[in-house]
Ligand binder design. Structure first.
Ligand code: WT7
Length: 647
């Protein structure tokens, strides 16, 4: 790696091997982005070629209009590498949480037959093209199989992260009206069995789910509802191992994935068949420089968009082998992740800054040495801003300054990576995501909509033709779609809700969200959603949740709560935590709950979260004259001070 004023470039040797190593790809693509994407799309298999590359009807748009495709045909029988070539090659390597248990390796052919059997079984349960299917599974191979089996049939999968609570699952199932839910009996997390079936059972009330398919994983005892519940094993074992792929229109729905927005209700991002397949394939191939002999490991759970695109579809479309790990990277030993990288000879490692900071914090350099993780060639980071220190640690200690480090920016909405360096080109600049991917036009605008000069912070937007994999809508909520993405700068400019700036070379640094979303350990949570969960508690009058900086998790929620005083302070705090676990899940628990008498408000009654944030960071509060109740500020200050001194 060559260093130049804190920039790094790939070594000559790396460059020579890289799939993409010439800078002119950017200029070429920029000349005519639609043509560029069409050229890319031609490498995939289409039942019928598209008529028009990009059709724009603001705020709606289409890609590869009129084309017909199935993503699973492109993974299996029509894989760009040729099915004969990859048929008996390992696709999925599954590493169980318990190291004593044997790993599983499924070849492309194994996976293909399993998917077909499951597709046939789903058909028998009445699942057809366009039907929504809920998936609530841990990180086990059947989760991949379930997603692909749906795609094979043209059924729309909606994966819900297994750590989400029954209530979260229920809300999503109610919104998408799935008839079938796929879950497991249980799974292992830090040595304990999580009773997933019980959660699923609780979620089905007041939904349209008629069949609950249960995968046997932990063999824990579960309740069973005759007529509704079926074992995955039973319905698949006698099925035929071939199922024809449904010919999907390029713009047909492929999947719905829920994410948090600025209100209490999650939004169902709609992704389509053609554009998503093209972007998943190209970004995986170019950004991770995926070649036939690579072993790819993206640590993201399938419940998130990173899991969809880079722990499933992307590597499969590229015909490589990839790892799926059931457990936590630091369990049962802090260097479990290192052991996995070594066990399988991982070449590309893609994870979140929170994990990197955690490894750093545990003093991982103690067990890293020149003999470890020698197979690594590329490192990736995703999901939240990576600070310079964590970047340097990752680059130096894990990559030994030999591996290009790609900091990839994107969103659930964008379906694939849009801003990043390319490993064979560079530069890799700490804390900067880099340039937009070839064919992507991103800009940073000021409040008036004028492009910001270098170093000036503004709003990150995407300009037409956007990206083939950008969401096409919010499921059953067109108003929200228009309002969230296409109103800030008009209906021809996609508003990302991120703030960013460019350096003189045009490299982009992401600063963070400008809406009510906070990124807790890379997970997206909305403060509105947390507030709604807390407010659902009877004794609570009102509350405000804000994000505060955290050394490991990036950001964590802090809650300011006004309650009627009927319970002991510790009891109400415990109940608030329990309430959030129930409504959302354990992923977004507040670090602190401050019980206050009142919240700072404007004369019109709006809670001033900005003031609360400043009180926590100790920043100057500025002018308080706009508050209707400036006197509450002192009281809150004292409460924060005393809580902090308690430790
Ligand atoms: C938000 C999207 C990216 C897929 C997983 C998260 C933040 C994402 C980066 C990055 C700085 C990043 C943004 C974005 N974000 N990647 N490389 N550097 N911030 O998807 O849960 O929909 O979250 O994550 O704020 O808007 P998501």
């Amino acid at each position: 790696m060559k260093e130049k004023e804190n920039f790094y470039y790939p070594s000559e040797e790396f460059k020579k091997r890289a799939l993409i190593n010439k800078k002119d790809v950017y200029a070429q693509a920029a000349k005519n982005p639609v043509k560029f994407w069409e050229k890319m799309a031609k490498e995939l298999f289409w039942f019928k070629k598209w008529k028009k590359g990009f059709v724009h009807n603001p705020p709606y748009f289409q890609w590869f209009s009129g084309g017909r495709i199935n993503i699973t045909s492109n993974i299996f029988e029509n894989n760009s590498l040729g099915f004969e070539r990859i048929k008996n090659k390992v696709a999925l390597i599954w590493e169980p949480e318990n190291e004593e248990e044997k790993e599983k390796k499924l070849t492309y052919y194994d996976l293909f037959r399993e998917i077909c059997r499951f597709s046939n079984a789903l058909k028998k349960l009445g699942v057809k093209k366009g039907d929504r299917v809920g998936i609530y599974l841990p990180m086990i191979p059947e989760a991949t199989v379930a997603m692909l089996a749906c795609a094979r049939l043209g059924a729309v999968h909606s994966v819900v992260f297994s750590a989400f609570s029954p209530r979260s699952l229920q809300v999503r199932l109610q919104d998408n009206e799935a008839k079938v839910l796929i879950t497991a009996d249980g799974y292992y997390r830090r040595g304990q069995i999580v009773d997933l079936k019980k959660n699923a059972d609780q979620a089905l009330d007041q939904t349209k789910v008629e069949k609950l398919i249960v995968v046997k994983r932990a063999k824990n005892k579960i309740a069973w509802q005759e007529g509704r519940d079926v074992w995955y094993e039973d319905i698949t074992k006698d099925e035929e191992d071939f199922c024809p792929a449904e010919e999907m229109d390029s713009e047909d729905m492929h999947f719905i994935l829920y994410t948090s927005g600025s209100t209490g209700k999650p939004k169902g991002c709609v992704h389509t068949c053609g554009g998503y397949a093209v972007q998943a394939y190209y970004t995986a191939k170019w950004i991770f420089d995926l070649k036939e002999d690579d072993i790819f490991w993206s640590t993201a759970d399938l419940g998130w968009i990173t899991g969809h695109t880079y722990s499933c579809y992307g590597p499969l479309l590229c015909g490589v082998s990839f790892i799926m790990f059931e457990g936590a990277p630091d369990f049962p030993v802090p260097d479990r992740w290192v052991r996995i990288i070594e066990k399988y000879g991982v070449t590309t490692f893609y994870t979140a800054p929170t994990a990197i900071r955690m490894f750093e914090q545990m003093g991982a350099e103690k067990f890293l040495n020149d003999k470890r993780m020698k197979t690594l060639q590329i490192l990736g980071s995703v999901g939240e801003p990576i600070d310079e220190a964590a970047w340097q640690w990752y680059f130096k200690e894990v990559g030994r300054e030999k591996c290009p480090l790609v900091d990839t920016w994107w969103q659930t909405e964008t379906g694939g990576i849009l801003i990043t360096a390319l490993p064979g080109i560079g530069p890799f600049k700490p804390a900067f995501a880099g340039l937009p991917f070839p064919g992507i036009k991103a800009e940073i605008l000021d409040e008036q909509g004028k492009p910001c000069p270098p170093d000036k912070q503004g709003n990150l937007v995407l300009l037409p033709p956007f990206s083939p994999s950008l969401l096409r809508g919010i499921y059953k909520n067109d108003e929200k779609y228009k309002e969230t993405y296409w109103s800030r700068y008009g209906d021809k400019i996609y508003f990302t809700s991120d703030s960013a700036y460019k350096d003189k070379e045009g490299l982009i640094r992401i600063v963070g969200r400008v809406d009510d979303v906070i990124k807790v350990a890379g997970h997206r949570v909305s403060t509105g959603e947390l507030e709604a969960a807390i407010n659902a508690h009877q004794e609570i009058t009102e509350c405000a949740v804000i994000g505060v900086a955290d050394k490991i998790k990036g950001e964590v929620p802090a809650a300011f709560v006004v309650y009627n005083g009927s319970l002991l302070p510790q009891d109400i705090k415990d109940q608030i935590i329990a309430q959030i676990k129930k409504e959302i899940g354990p992923i977004a628990l507040p670090k602190e709950v401050y019980l206050v008498k009142d919240l700072p408000k404007t004369r019109s009654g709006k809670i001033m979260r900005r003031i609360l944030k400043k009180l926590l960071t100790g920043e100057d509060l500025g002018d308080l004259s706009t508050l209707s109740n400036p006197e509450v500020v002192e009281g809150i200050k004292k409460i924060i001070g005393s809580d902090n001194s308690d430790g």
